[in-house]
Design a protein around this ligand. Structure first.
Ligand code: HSE
Length: 305
């Protein structure tokens, strides 16, 4: 007897990129992997070991697959899941989005249902309301997105291949919920204009490879000024990135990871940002990543039971 196995690999994402708050997202070459087969009961193995994610109540992949099964009127009997979590959790690198995307892709593939944008968002938004993470995790690349009550509009924009992302991951978690709770409900018109001008400039700078524009284009007044109080030495970390050759720098998503964009000096930039965290007794590690252009990949094969 053979058993059907589904394997999905989904990239990390960095949202916002400074001025593009709740709008821009970029997929990175760091991946979570989910390998699943049907089972009687729920069995989760997690690499590295993660007690929290091994609990089905906390496991977003299982929650999504179960939801989709039950929403078809079927009984969810269980699953045997082997997950490899390379993307640090609660650090602003879209780890949750990978589980949601993987769960949706798996369910649609198993039930041989074509996945439309509409179906994707209908489910995905029940678990996470941020297209700036969900979309690049699903489709890869650099995406600008907006969500209305009725529909999500988005566009994928070519991102230059010579730019790498240096992500500096401090050893503390930051929940998106907390990072959003510090934001004001309303902002001054001049701050809205400030970001509008920069986000627009960011797109042109990327399209035309005018990298000298990125520093100003990644400035932000809508979220980072409020969130930086949650990230010790925030300004110094950004300053260190620029001093060592970054062409752009920002908070990654809702944090706590910090992002630098660069075309050279990657290690020097990463080390200097780690040093800036060290000054305030925070240990951090950096990774130099490329831009993932393909997004989530799914593979289905048969295995001898
Ligand atoms: N744009 C969202 C935020 C991303 O910054 O809160 C959350 O992952």
């Amino acid at each position: 007897m053979s058993k059907k196995v589904v394997k999905v690999k989904v990239p990390a994402t960095t949202a916002n990129l400074g001025a593009g708050f709740d709008t821009f997202g970029l997929a990175l070459t760091l991946y979570n992997e989910f390998e699943v087969e049907e089972a009687e009961g729920i069995f989760i193995e997690s690499f590295p070991e993660n007690e929290f994610l091994k609990n089905p109540e906390n496991n977003l992949f299982i929650k999504v697959v179960k939801y989709l099964c039950e929403s078809e009127g079927k009984t969810f009997h269980g699953a045997r899941l082997k997950q490899t979590i390379n993307i640090p959790v609660a650090r602003g690198l879209g780890s949750s989005a990978t589980a949601i995307v993987a769960g949706i892709l798996t369910s649609f593939a198993v039930h041989k249902k074509p996945l439309t944008d509409e179906e994707f968002f209908k489910v995905a938004y029940l678990f996470e309301p941020h297209p700036d993470n969900l979309l690049p995790a699903w489709k890869g690349g650099f995406i600008t997105a907006l969500k209305t009550e009725q529909k999500t509009y988005y566009s994928k924009i070519d991102f230059p291949k010579d730019i790498k992302a240096v992500v500096v991951i401090p050893d503390f978690e930051l929940s998106t919920q907390l990072a959003r709770s510090v934001l004001p409900k309303e902002v001054p018109l001049k701050d809205a204009i400030f970001n509008l001008q920069r986000a627009t400039l960011f797109i042109k700078a990327i399209e035309e490879k005018k990298y000298d524009l990125l520093k100003v284009a990644m400035e932000d007044r809508l979220h980072q000024p409020y969130r930086k109080n949650l990230i010790p030495n925030f300004d110094k970390v950004i300053e260190s990135a620029y001093k060592n050759g970054a062409i752009g720098a920002s908070l990654s998503g809702a944090g706590s990871t910090m992002l630098a964009l660069a075309t050279e000096n990657f290690d020097k930039i990463g080390q200097s940002m780690v040093e800036a965290f060290k000054e305030v007794s925070i240990s951090a590690e950096y990774k130099v990543l490329d831009i993932d252009t393909e997004g989530a990949k799914i593979e289905i094969f048969e295995k001898e039971a």
